[in-house]
Design a protein around this ligand. Sequence first.
Ligand SMILES: Cc1ncc(COP(=O)(O)O)c(C=O)c1O
Length: 477
Amino acid sequence: MIEKFLCKKDDALLDALRKINGNGKGVVFVTEADRLCGILTDGDIRRLLLNGHNLSERIEGLVKKEFVYAKQSEEYSQIIKKFSPYIRIIPVVDEGFRVVDYAECKTNVHVPLVSPDLTGNELEYLVEAFLSTWISSSGDYLGKFEKMFADFCECQYGVAVSNGTVALHLALMALGVGKGDEVIVPDLTFAATVNSVLHAQGTPVIVDVEKDSWCIDPAEIEKAITAKTKAIIPVHLYGQPCDIQAIMDIAKAHNLFVIEDCAEAHGALFDGKKVGSFGDIGCFSFFGNKIITTGEGGMCVTDSEKLDEKMRVIRDHGMSKTKKYWHEVVGYNYRMTNLQAAIGVGQLERIDDIISARGKIEERYRRELGREKLIEFQRNDLPRRKKITWLVSVLIKNGIKEACMSKLKERKIDIRPFFYPLSQMDIYKKYTFSNRVSCQLSEQGITFPTTANLNEDVFRVIKEVIKESAEKMSVSS
Ligand SMILES: Cc1ncc(COP(=O)(O)O)c(C=O)c1O
C-alpha cells in the first residue's frame, strides 16, 4: 500500500506524476537505496514545469532536501503537531529511515457533535437478546438494566421507558399532575421539559435560570409559586447539577413534588449524591447523543415503591399487574424493548469510564482554549456541585457567536447553539414568569463537538474563527 507513494530518485518527474495520480493524495516520497531522501508534491511539479523543467527530467536534483517526516516510534500527539495548513500528509519512517507508512491530517472531515461509544459488550448483548427472540418489552435485559441504572443513581427503583420525554410525562402522571396544576420549569431547557407538562394538561410556569450555573434559579421558583403550584421540574442543564438541595427545601416548605430532569446529567453530583436521587422521581434520556444511549430510551428512578408501581401500570396501558387485560387507569404504551435494554446494560458496564472520557475531552478544550478571552466555559467550580460533561458548553462573548457558528459550520465543525429560551417561542410565551438571564445566555451559548479523537486542527480552527470573527466585528463597528 505504501508502494503507491514511493519513487526512486532516478525516476523521471513523469513517473512521480503517475504515482501521484494513482495514490490520489497529491504527494510522493522519494527514496535513495530504500532510504527516504525527499518529498515531491503535485504543486512542486506544477511549479517546476512553469519554471521551464520538463517531465522527462530525473527527480534527483529537483526534490527539496528539507522535508517533514515522522518516526514510527513517535506518539500520535507528537506527529499531529507536524501538520500545518500546507502540510497535510507526511511519511512515517522506521529506524533505518525506510518509509513504512504515512500520516494524514484530515481537516476537511466533518467533526460530529457527538458520537456514542459502543465499544463494550453492547453488540454481544444485543445479538444475545435478538437470538433469544425476546425482542419486545419482556426479557432478561430489561429487569437487569432497570436494576443497574437504579443502583447507579443510588435509587431503589428504575422504570425503563421508550424515551426521556415520556419519562417526564409518566412521572407527572404518576404524581397526579393534571388540569389546573401549575408546574414550574426553567426557561433554558430542551422543549421536552415543558412539553411533558402540556401533555399532562398541566400549566407550565417558566422561570429564569442562574447566571453562574445556567440552571433553574431557586429564588425565581420561590417567587413563582402560587396556590395552584403542584410540582417543579428542575433541569440539570448541560451536565451541571441545579441547586437541588435549595429546590428540595422550597418544595418541602410548599408541599410540592419535584421531578428532576436529568436527561443531560447522568452521574452528576450535588453534595456527593447523584442527581435523580433527590426528587420524588428522576427522569433520564438515553437518546443517541446522551451520556449513555439505548438508541432511543429513558428511565424514571425513584425511592418510592408506590410511585414505582404506579409508573409500571401507566407505562403498560394502565393494565393491572395482577389481572391481565384489566385496566385501572388510562395508560400509555411507554415501554422499552429488551433490545434497547441489552445495549443499555453494555453501556452501563462502562458508564464511569464513559463519563471520565467525556470529562477529559472538556479538560482538553479548557487547556487548548482556556486563554481565549472571548470564550467563557461552563462553570466547573461551583460549591457542592460536581458537573459531568454532556456537551462542552461555552459562552462566546462580544456578539460574535453567530459569525463563529457559520464559519465553524463552513469548516465542517459541528457546533450547536444553546437551546432558545422557551419564553421566546410563540407556543410557550404565555407561560413565562421570568427570563432575563436565560435570554442573555442563549444569545451567547454554543456547544462544541464532544467526541473522542479530536485532533489539534479542531482547536486551531476554533481559535482562527474566533480571531477572524472578532476582527471582522471590530472593523464593522
Ligand atoms: C433537558 C432534556 N429533557 C428531556 C429530553 C428528552 O429526552 P428524549 O429525547 O429521550 O425524549 C432531553 C433530550 O434531548 C433533554 O435534553
